[in-house]
Design a protein around this ligand. Structure first.
Ligand code: ADP
Length: 243
């Protein structure tokens, strides 16, 4: 990542010269992954999902994957140093020069502090989008969630059913329940969220520097379809892009 004219996709002449660090924040099942995909399309900057990166290490069977498998299966967080390192390396890839979307990071105070340090060092502008969702909505969303093991597309029995029950629209693969979407594991992930991740929002509230352009935006992400929620996010971020 380097200081560069932002030049976001729909904004050839961006209003700021700082790279944008868009942080999607919210509990498991709040829709971070879905909104990230819309944002990637709209802004033309990459999504960095720590959950996807970790699952990819498990899939390839390398030493990082081996070291996190048990924790992820149990719904526990993996060590801060490991995710900090993965994110640090990823954001220094050339495709992150104008900015990036963080999905699932930071999730602890230690990660948030490291993130702030990196943003300062890189002269990046931090924008946190907090997706606020009720507990019962989260439970029903996660329990209906199915994923294509081949291409990673997410489906939901209620809000985004596949055209043919149990089969991916894109490649016809049989859909599965993600290992950590099983009920006991979901509860554990929500406990972790309350304990370790929720305090991160307070940290951003108090440590973000408005003069640097950093900000925290709260978006109601309950009860409406994903497109409506994306429209809300867009209207909050309109000033980041021109045209
Ligand atoms: P969700 O947001 O629905 O919980 P993710 O795919 O983001 O799902 O994360 C799945 C799992 O990956 C987490 O339960 C945790 O074990 C691990 N993980 C992902 N991001 C982090 C992170 N920033 N810090 C620690 N563990 C993480």
């Amino acid at each position: 990542m380097a200081l560069s004219k932002r030049g976001l996709k729909s904004a050839p002449a961006a209003t700021s010269v700082k790279p944008l660090a868009l942080i999607l924040f919210g509990s498991p099942g709040s829709g971070k992954g879905t909104q990230s995909k819309y944002l990637v399309k709209w802004l033309g900057i990459p999504q960095i999902s720590t959950g996807d990166m970790l699952r990819e290490h498990i899939r390839t069977g390398d030493s990082i994957g081996a070291s996190v498998t048990d924790r992820m299966k149990a719904g526990s967080l993996v060590p801060d140093e490991l995710v900090n390192q993965l994110v640090f390396e990823r954001i220094h890839q050339p495709d992150c020069e104008r900015g990036f979307i963080l999905d699932g990071y930071p999730r602890t105070l230690a990660q948030a502090e490291e993130m702030m340090r990196v943003l300062k060092a890189e002269h990046a502008e931090g924008v946190v989008i907090h997706l606020v969702v009720d507990y019962n909505v989260i439970i029903s969303r996660i329990s209906g969630r199915r994923v294509c093991p081949k291409c990673g597309t997410l489906y939901n029995a209620v809000s985004r059913p596949p055209k043919v029950d149990g089969v991916c629209d894109l490649d016809g693969t049989a859909l599965v329940v993600r290992e950590d979407d099983k009920e006991e594991v979901v509860r554990q992930r929500l406990v972790q969220y309350e304990r370790q991740t929720q305090p991160v929002i307070e940290f951003f509230r108090t440590s973000f520097s408005r003069s640097n352009g950093d900000r925290l935006v709260e978006v109601k992400a309950n009860g409406d379809g994903p497109e409506t929620i994306f429209e809300r996010i867009k209207s909050e971020l309109q000033d980041l892009v021109q045209g």
